[in-house]
Write a protein that binds this ligand. Structure first.
Ligand code: 16G
Ligand code: MG
Length: 500
């Protein structure tokens, strides 16, 4: 059986002497008092957290450095058990005893008593995760805690360390109906976290510009800084496209598929953490335009249905899930909570603090999301909430999956009504025989996928193609476009030359 690492504990403990005359008490929410006397307590809590983790076979123990609503000059520390609940009350007395040992030798004697009494196997691993609030005293108290974690040989992880100050978000409202509302929103949120930029209505700006050109609206050039994220709404504020500039100022688009992946994965996680996963099933609805990589990413996590293009089809299908997440790649979409699900959320009684937090987040999302119709500003707030919770930058969000190269081509045909589809627009049934030819072509491309459908808003037929490399996706799209053109009786003399 291993022994206490007495040497390292002694050496480090001497750096954190207990102030004389002060009696500490592990109370309702841990130790809490004026921050200037807490140094030794933090060190000793670090050691104790390591022992508690060993006692629980290496399960992770949490330590939170905070004095909640108390004045700024106060601080405190509390221990959290592996499932997120408060420290087992039978250990509070050990915490109090250790914190009051007068000298380093007394402290070590107390530790030895504790190890013996509780039969702690010191050869077990120990893991401690910790964080602090924003009090000025927090940083130095955390470093005392880290000394304690080190002294007992536990593995420590600072869960608050990587959180950077959130970058402001730039919103391009295409100067449409979202613009005056976004301007009001900025009044509430302050311009450090939200900027709003005016541009001529739908002129080289807005969600459609971003999706079709895959470029930053020129009016935002020089305003969006590397690492910063922005978003564009369309004129009637029912489409949302996100994007960011990487460190080298390269533009990256985060479309409706990326929004689905971000939001659906977050909701699934909350449902699971809240303990409601046997009662609430989350599902996703997409169209054939969803990037194949997004469909793969999502299908590995939850049920995914494909329906015909158009919000009405997606919305209707999403109503069949307990929580249905739908976004078209072009940025239309929302999340729907069924009535029975809303009832469950309202009445469910969580049994641990972690369940309770997750439940609260679900209830808040249910309030935040506009479930009547895809509403770009409400969707934007939803995305911001998830990014803040996950502490994701644009780059981290983008890395959930890597888009397959793709190409969308329009074909002007004599009569687009001769094009008829089935299987959520993925198969052409008319003109007869054309689907067969497309299938033969697709088979020749690695990772190839292509479908053809008549547009519902323009007098054209749309061709979509994907392949594992960009030049192949382009070539496949143009070849399918060529088949469509020829099949529809297009004049060979006016056949676009890129339709190979
Ligand atoms: C409309 C639809 C949109 C669809 C698009 C397809 C609504 C509110 N909008 O904008 O959902 O993606 O048409 O256009 O339903 P297309 O048929 O020309 O490809
Ligand atoms: Mg619109």
């Amino acid at each position: 059986m291993s022994l206490l690492p007495v040497e390292s504990i002694s050496a480090l403990s001497r750096l954190h002497p207990k102030p004389a005359q002060i009696h500490f008490q592990y109370g309702t929410a841990g130790f809490r008092t004026i921050a200037s006397v807490l140094d030794s307590v933090l060190f000793r809590v670090g050691v104790l957290a390591g022992l508690r983790s060993k006692k629980l076979d290496g399960k992770t123990i949490g330590v939170m450095v905070t004095a909640s609503h108390n004045p700024e000059q106060d601080n405190g520390v509390k221990l959290v058990d592996p499932r997120g609940e408060m420290l087992d009350t039978s250990w509070e007395i050990h915490a109090t005893a250790l914190s009051n040992a007068q000298t380093t030798d007394d402290f070590i004697r107390e530790l030895e008593k504790l190890v013996q009494a509780l039969k702690i196997d010191l050869s077990k691993p120990a893991r401690v995760v910790y964080a602090r609030d924003t009090r000025p005293s927090g940083a130095s108290l955390v470093s005392s805690l880290e000394d304690g974690i080190k002294a007992i040989g536990a593995e420590g992880r600072n869960a608050g360390a990587t959180r950077e100050t959130p970058q402001p978000l730039t919103i391009d409202c295409a100067n449409g109906v979202g613009a005056p509302i976004a301007a009001r929103l900025v009044e509430y949120l302050g311009d450090t976290c939200l900027w709003f930029w005016k541009t001529p209505l739908n002129n080289a700006c807005g969600a459609d510009y971003v999706k079709t050109t895959q470029k930053l609206p020129p009016s935002l050039a020089g305003r969006l800084q590397p690492g910063q994220r922005g978003c564009s709404l369309d004129g009637d504020a029912d489409r949302l496209m996100y994007y960011y500039l990487d460190d080298r100022s390269h533009f990256h688009m985060l479309d409706g598929d990326k929004i689905t992946a971000l939001v659906a994965a977050f909701i699934v996680e909350l449902v699971k953490t809240s303990g409601l996963d046997s009662q609430i099933k989350v599902g996703v609805v997409q169209t054939a335009y969803a990037n194949g990589a997004s469909t793969k990413y999502l299908s590995e996590r939850l049920p995914v249905r494909c329906v015909s293009t158009g919000v009405k089809h997606l919305h209707h299908a999403a109503e069949h899930y307990n929580i249905g997440v739908y976004f078209e790649a072009n940025g239309h979409g929302t999340v729907l909570f069924s009535q029975p699900t809303q009832d469950i959320l309202a009445s469910y009684e969580p049994t641990t603090p972690a369940q309770s937090t997750a439940l609260e987040h679900l209830r808040n999302l249910n309030q935040l999301i506009n479930q009547t119709v895809g509403d770009a500003l409400s969707d934007m707030l939803l995305v911001e909430v998830v990014l803040a919770h996950k502490a994701y930058s644009g780059n981290e969000w983008d890395s959930l999956y890597v888009d397959l190269p793709n190409r969308l081509v329009k074909v002007v045909v004599v009569d687009r009504t001769q094009f008829k589809t089935e299987d959520a627009e993925r198969q052409l049934v008319s003109p007869v025989g054309l689907q067969q030819k497309i299938n033969e072509l697709v088979r020749r491309y690695d990772g190839g996928r292509s479908f053809v459908r008549p547009s519902g808003t323009e007098d054209v037929v749309r061709v979509y193609a994907e392949a594992s490399i960009k030049t192949q996706a382009d070539e496949l799209a143009f070849r399918v476009a060529g088949l469509v053109y020829d099949e529809s009786g297009g004049n060979p003399a006016t056949r676009p030359k890129e339709f190979l």
